[in-house]
Design a protein around this ligand. Structure first.
Ligand code: B12
Ligand code: SF4
Length: 509
């Protein structure tokens, strides 16, 4: 039996095919391959950087889906199913929206692959593939599963290894899909198992793709101590409450941590409170709101290069606060700042609230809408129009990624200039992600390779259900809120974008 594993792309630009600049190894697929019975031949195609050979003979196709790749995944599945090859979907989006996903696949898999994937293959071999499988979420790769990294050979990925130490997070930020998927729980691998995996792969530069590496700070300390003798350099994602524990910070630095992706989200305290971003407040009672001054100082004292992420457009955010966010990030000379428009991910408390308040655009299904563009507002913010939000965030992204900004931020002797490795990381990462950020802005979802035949109409037809009760784009027209496209297409070239196509919604406060 032959299994084809697919990692889908997001979508396309009208003026050319899109190739991901930050090409990282797709960990879910090598984990899936490791969980597949050994008598099955596995091949993998990464839609972000290679053509999918749809006509290559195979028995079964498995696709890993997150929200940004859902539309494209459904198109890929349609291509295979037209050729009579059954398709199984799995991944976070499938678990959170099983009804939608099940319309486009022969079988959907809800939950983590670890406990049930081998059973799916056995069912398939017997000709008894079921339409839906349910499995729990839990400890990643339990029992010492080692991802089949040989699948990545010769694909041209960046030279860093992706691993997971934990999954999930104990916090309950209202916009976070992870919090819903893992029901506010955090699952931690046994230290000896993750250490063994690190020793078995041959790289010294690691990315732990954890949702919150430090959700369980005490257990993390045990792992960090075990990491020190391995002399690796690593990055991950972690919440800001790490700065409350100086022993933990010391262990991070000693274990080779170069920095973390940290969710600052907003510099407006009311926004941070209303989104329930508890880790940004924990331990701050005595200090009060100092706009993260103390926390950033502690990160810098431990030479950590911070990838600061922001979600912009919360109800207490204003155009001024978005502008100030940029000043805040520049002043702190972060290694990188991701200015993200707040996105309503389905099943999250944020999504449900905006739906109830009839503030969702694109029929409440922006990820499926043929007109939705990457990094455009998909809801009606409180203190600005959707267009204004899109434009304000774009302005920040544009300024942040300019060479002059990269040069200005570089001069920090506590972080980027505190070692050669950090300096090289800063210099290589910033231009790479500047290019990727600008390239992605304004992309449509789906149909990555335009030489492929047009997507099946079923994708547009079956997903629009006016009975859903959201605010469809057409209804906005009808109620006098005009929606028009301005701009002559995204002006991106491969290296820069000089204009951004926006969807203009006038008549809103
Ligand atoms: C690593 C990561 C990235 C990396 C990508 C690495 C790479 N390989 O290229 C980087 C940093 C580049 C990235 C970028 C972005 N990401 Co990201 N990312 C993650 C993260 C933290 C881990 C993913 C991972 O590899 N996990 C390890 C693997 C083994 O676990 P897994 O994918 O969950 O798979 C398990 C199960 O889901 C299941 N499974 C998965 N696929 C399949 C398939 C089958 C057939 C079966 C049976 C089972 C199955 O079994 C697996 C093993 O248990 C997730 C969070 C998460 N928990 O998923 C966010 C996440 C996927 N990202 C997210 C987002 C929003 C983004 C961005 C859009 C951010 C931005 N604003 O720019 C971008 C763009 C994404 C894109 N497609 O281009 C969101 C998606 C939201 C959603 N509802 O789907 C997530 C969920 C984070 C979040 N907090 O909401 N991301
Ligand atoms: S701290 Fe991060 S991972 Fe945890 S719930 Fe909040 S946004 Fe999600």
């Amino acid at each position: 039996m032959k299994l084809t594993l697919i990692f889908p792309n997001i979508g396309f630009h009208e003026h050319g095919d899109y190739t991901d600049e930050g090409r990282m190894e797709p960990l879910p697929l090598s984990v899936l391959a490791a969980l597949t019975p050994p008598d099955v031949e596995c091949v993998m195609y990464d839609d972000r950087m290679e053509d999918i050979p749809f006509d290559e003979p195979t028995d079964l196709v498995a696709i890993s889906i997150e929200i940004y790749t859902a539309r494209r995944s459904y198109e890929i599945a349609a291509q295979y199913r037209e050729r009579g090859i059954p398709v199984v979907f799995g991944g976070m989006h499938v678990t959170l929206l099983p009804e939608e996903a099940s319309k486009f696949a022969d079988s959907i898999y809800i939950g983590d692959a670890e406990t049930g994937w081998a059973g799916v293959i056995e069912d398939f071999k017997r000709g008894e593939l079921k339409p839906v499988y349910h499995a729990p979420v839990g400890v990643p790769q339990e029992g010492g599963i080692i991802p089949k990294r040989e699948l990545y050979a010769d694909k041209g990925y960046l030279p860093l290894s992706l691993l997971q130490y934990t999954r999930g997070c104990r916090f309950a930020c209202d916009f976070c899909a992870v919090s819903v998927y893992f029901e506010r729980k955090n699952y931690v691998r046994a230290t000896h198992e993750i250490i063994k995996e690190i020793e078995q792969q041959n790289r010294k530069f690691l990315f732990f793709v954890d949702d919150n590496f430090l959700s369980d700070q005490q257990r993390a300390k045990e792992f960090l101590r075990a990491l020190i003798p391995l002399k690796v350099k690593w990055v991950s994602q972690a919440s800001l409450d790490m700065t409350n524990d100086l022993e933990l910070m010391d262990l991070l630095a000693r274990s080779g941590c170069l920095g973390n992706v940290v969710g600052f989200e907003s510099i407006v305290p009311e926004s941070v409170k209303s989104m329930k971003k508890a880790p940004n407040f924990i331990g701050r009672k005595e200090i009060g709101w100092d706009r993260y001054e103390k926390q950033v100082q502690i990160l810098r004292d431990h030479h950590l290069q911070t990838w600061a992420t922001f979600t912009l457009g919360h109800d207490s955010d204003t155009l001024e606060s978005i502008e100030e966010t940029h000043q805040f990030a520049m002043e702190n000379k972060f290694c990188f700042a991701a200015y993200n428009i707040l996105m309503p991910y389905p099943s999250t408390p944020l999504y449900n609230r905006l739906r109830d308040e009839k503030r969702l655009l694109y029929g409440g299904k922006w990820w499926m809408h043929p007109d939705y563009r990457f990094n455009h507002a998909s809801f009606i913010p409180k203190n600005m129009s959707p267009d204004e939000l899109t434009e304000a965030v774009w302005r920040n992204r544009d300024r942040w990624n300019r060479p002059s900004s990269i040069f200005k931020r570089m001069w920090d002797f506590k972080t980027h200039m505190s070692s050669i490795t950090r300096f090289l990381l800063y210099l290589s990462y910033n231009p790479l992600y500047a290019k990727e950020t600008l390239k992605k802005q304004g992309m449509l979802f789906g149909l990555t390779k335009r030489k492929e035949k047009p997507r099946p109409e079923s994708i547009d037809q079956t997903t629009w259900d006016p009975a859903d009760g959201y605010v469809p784009v057409d209804d906005l027209f009808m109620s006098g809120i005009g929606m028009e496209s301005i701009g002559a297409g995204c002006g991106c070239t491969d290296t820069q974008a000089d204009s951004v196509e926006t969807v203009s919604i006038s008549g809103l406060g």
